[in-house]
Design a protein around this ligand. Structure first.
Ligand SMILES: [Zn+2]
Length: 136
């Protein structure tokens, strides 16, 4: 059981490391030029690693609850019973977080208060390929 957990952590952490090193950009933004509701999260966590919480918050105000939710999803099975959320509580909190992520996304796309979330269709790979095919 313990060995299994260690292996799981090594796989996930090295997977994230490879993603960060080689992909760097959000796949949705890379392909279509449209940022996703979690865009800015990586920069938020990198800023947090430098203890720059103001920058973290400006990159993605929901980086902490989202990070905790992801951590919880992967660790709930190995947490002691008293630290586990009841199923109903977890569903409600997850729903609230999804709603907040979506509301924040609509606000950031609509008003672009911080410049982190920008729709730039011309920058998407799909449109670059289409332009190349058209020869323009
Ligand atoms: Zn994204």
């Amino acid at each position: 059981m313990k060995k299994n957990i260690i292996v799981r952590h090594i796989v996930i952490i090295s997977g994230l490391f490879v993603l960060l090193l080689f992909i760097w950009r959000c796949p949705l933004e890379y392909l279509f030029g449209i940022p996703c509701p979690c865009c800015g999260m990586t920069r938020a966590f990198k800023s947090m690693a430098r203890l720059d919480f103001a920058a973290s918050f400006s990159y993605h105000p929901l980086f902490l609850p989202t990070g905790f939710a992801i951590w919880y999803i992967f660790h709930k099975d190995v947490l002691p019973e008293r630290f586990r959320l009841k199923k109903k509580t977890a569903r409600i909190l997850g729903g609230v977080l999804l709603f907040l992520l979506l509301a924040l996304y609509i606000y950031r796309v609509g008003f672009q208060p911080d410049g982190v979330i920008k729709i730039d269709l011309d920058d998407g790979l799909i449109f670059k390929i289409m332009r190349a095919i058209q020869g323009g």
